[in-house]
Write a protein that binds this ligand. Sequence first.
Ligand SMILES: NC(=O)C1=CN([C@@H]2O[C@H](COP(=O)(O)OP(=O)(O)OC[C@H]3O[C@@H](n4cnc5c(N)ncnc54)[C@H](O)[C@@H]3O)[C@@H](O)[C@H]2O)C=CC1
Ligand SMILES: O=C(O)CCC(=O)C(=O)O
Length: 420
Amino acid sequence: MAEKGVNNPFVIAQQQVKSACDKLGTPQEVYEILKNPIRVLEVSIPVKMDDGSIKTFVGYRSQHNDAVGPFKGGVRFHQDVNEDEVKALSTWMTFKCGVVGIPYGGGKGGVIADPFELSEGEMERLARGYARAIAPIIGEKIDIPAPDVGTNGQVMAWMVDEYEKTTGRFEPGVFTGKPVTYYGSLARTEATGFGVAIMARYAAKKLDLNLDGIRVAVQGFGNVGSYAAMYMEEMGAKVVAVSDVSCTLVNNNGLNIKELMEYSKGNKNKMITGFPGAEEEIDRNAVIGLEVDILMPCALENVFTSETADQVKAKIVSEGANGPTTPEGDKIMSDKGILVIPDILANAGGVTVSYFEWVQNLMRYNWTFEEVQEKQETSMNKAFDDIWALKEEHNVDMRTAAYMMSIKRVADAMKLRGWY
Ligand SMILES: NC(=O)C1=CN([C@@H]2O[C@H](COP(=O)(O)OP(=O)(O)OC[C@H]3O[C@@H](n4cnc5c(N)ncnc54)[C@H](O)[C@@H]3O)[C@@H](O)[C@H]2O)C=CC1
Ligand SMILES: O=C(O)CCC(=O)C(=O)O
């Protein structure tokens, strides 16, 4: 997560967009507009800490493009957040929404803060402070934030409350990923991990791999990783390794994921270390080189780089995290014949169900869990098929095909609006 220089995620995002624009042969104005976010707001958030002192936190909201619809994307609370990371994440959101064809542009927010260092009260005051600070540039039809690393439904609920108090308007759809009992949607919590799993299943079918007993490893055991692992287990796969910041857990007979979810919930800082159902605990970084069929990076950026991608032995990589693979990492894995399902497709389930939550909020109506998952699956399978067809037609990898499909949608909207 270097801010400048090697593996700067924003430079990588720009390279990805540029290379797909070149393949598509778009007019040069398209990349000229898409290479930078439309707006980046930096805010300073004073928070009263439990000891009575005031600490100021720095936050960002990057609004990349809204040609297709309101800006959309999560808010990350993490100690390594920086402006370039938020700009990259907002760029990826524009094209993720384009991949699944939902009427949104891309945005993303972040606050430089370690949530595990904050008490619940401090977390609430920080969340409210951030919502107040970005209130002038967000809104139910303008920019709709959601959870990302270090934030969750409770944080969204505080932010909605603060936004409504600040603006004096009732707008529950201004944030998504809310708790089900407070204008949230059924199946949103599970959505990103579910999507990562069903995309892996779809890819396995393409490669004629049977999921029964297939070996899976998952990096990261937060919202995305835990549900990705749970659904893979439900589909008959054996999740033989799971990692988080603390370690990698290995069990060659398959970890019991529901038990691990229960264990980590009750453990200090939600960590997996010490889980009694593992055969061994190894270094957290070892997860990427294990002998598995499917590997699911569900933590942070820059996991598969020029230095590490060669370790991967999996046949399929389903990217739950945003930006886990650098362009050099892509080249190495492609040369090895590994099928990489790119982040902007594999993890698009989160924003897809956020869209369904927003629609339900606007309609003041609720769909069932099954209805939501069925709609999500239909939408993601179609996106997979469309990208696969484009990949075959142009002889490119899935990431390039996904960007080509999405850039075309955004470029068409910009053209019709007269932006170029
Ligand atoms: N929450 C969502 O709906 C969506 C999240 N994403 C992406 O998925 C990724 C994970 O997000 P969440 O699960 O929401 O975050 P989270 O905060 O719930 O969990 C993050 C997990 O990653 C682990 N982790 C952090 N550094 C690690 C390292 N070096 N090695 C191994 N594990 C490490 C943490 O211990 C934790 O288990 C991020 O890249 C996020 O942007 C993408 C789409 C939607
Ligand atoms: O649910 C959303 O609106 C966005 C989730 C997100 O931040 C992401 O897909 O990276």
